[in-house]
Write a protein that binds this ligand. Structure first.
Ligand SMILES: NC(=O)c1ccc[n+]([C@@H]2O[C@H](COP(=O)([O-])OP(=O)(O)OC[C@H]3O[C@@H](n4cnc5c(N)ncnc54)[C@H](OP(=O)(O)O)[C@@H]3O)[C@@H](O)[C@H]2O)c1
Length: 271
């Protein structure tokens, strides 16, 4: 029989951490061996916290101590942009691969990860979006951007999301900016005067990004391409957090094979 992959979830009482726990508990190839939080949920059974039967894994509050004791193969991190870099360092120092769903890491944050990963001989996947549909949307955006002069992104999430714009929106703008033809045709450059500051959204590489934060949303994004006499809209909606589970499970199973630091779930797919 093939040995199970031992997994710890960091941020196990958060919305995404509980979703990850749910997925891990249903997969026969994976074993949940630890669960870590910060303040909420400490002392609770991770299975019960995720709405399932008790599994005998109690949510604890010190990542390093947990990792030293349970020695997982993989740690899944869904915590907070402010702490995720330290978490990755700890995960690598304790000899585990890191599957990082926490958003907010910038290009500057990624380079030290490469050194830590090399020193530890363990791998890191940073994936701002684990939803298959969202990753396909990025691929379609990459293919469409060279054909349109202008494009804008509208993303919507729940009001408790710690960062704006979303990691996926930044990733989308970077991908489209790298492949679009010629200079930016940001319409503001042409004529538009903002009567309310910020009403035209933020801007990254000449691409406008608009962030909506309202109750009821999970994770949504539209990319609208504008051309002569026509528009084209790509749209993806994660209507429940379950949309992220297949991607998280695939990443946990493949992380040992993808050497070094990888940015983007799409790199695990044969697109
Ligand atoms: N990659 C994807 O597909 C995807 C999808 C959705 C969301 N996200 C991202 O995932 C992250 C978490 O989102 P969420 O909605 O689950 O947020 P959340 O509900 O606020 O959960 C975050 C959890 O992390 C815990 N935490 C904070 N600092 C910690 C630390 N130092 N060590 C251990 N646990 C710590 C928090 O504990 P306390 O409550 O005690 O502070 C909380 O339980 C965000 O960055 C979000 O943007 C990614």
């Amino acid at each position: 029989m093939v040995a199970k992959i031992k997994v710890v979830v960091n941020g196990a009482y958060g919305k995404m951490g509980r979703t990850a726990v749910q997925g891990i508990l249903t997969d026969p190839q994976l074993e949940l061996v630890g669960a870590v939080g910060k303040t909420r949920g400490i002392g609770l059974d991770a299975g019960e916290a995720a709405g399932r039967a008790a599994v005998g894994v109690v949510i604890e509050d010190l990542l390093g101590e947990c990792l030293q004791r349970v020695k997982p193969h993989v740690v899944v991190d869904f915590t907070n942009p402010a702490v995720v870099k330290d978490n990755i360092r700890t995960i690598l120092q304790f000899g585990a691969h890191a599957v990082v769903g926490t958003t907010g890491l910038t290009g500057d944050d990624i380079s030290p990860l490469q050194e830590w990963s090399r020193e530890a001989g363990k791998n890191v996947l940073v994936a701002p979006n684990f939803a298959l549909g969202a990753v396909l949307m990025l691929e379609l955006a990459r293919r469409t951007a060279p054909f349109f002069p202008s494009m804008e992104i509208i993303e919507a999430h729940n009001p408790f999301k710690a960062d704006a714009p979303s990691g996926t929106a930044i990733n989308t703008a970077e991908i489209m900016g790298a492949v679009r033809e010629g200079e930016s045709e940001d319409s503001d450059v042409l004529s538009c005067q903002e009567k309310i500051p910020g009403v035209r959204g933020g801007e990254l590489g000449g691409i406008r990004i608009h962030s909506i934060r309202l109750p009821g949303f999970v994770a949504h994004q539209q990319i609208i391409f504008g051309g002569l006499g026509q528009t084209l809209t790509l749209r993806h909606d994660s209507i429940s957090r379950e949309s992220f589970i297949p991607g998280i499970l695939l990443a946990v199973k493949k992380i040992a094979e993808i050497k070094g630091v990888t940015y983007g779930f799409e790199n695990l797919l044969d697109l």
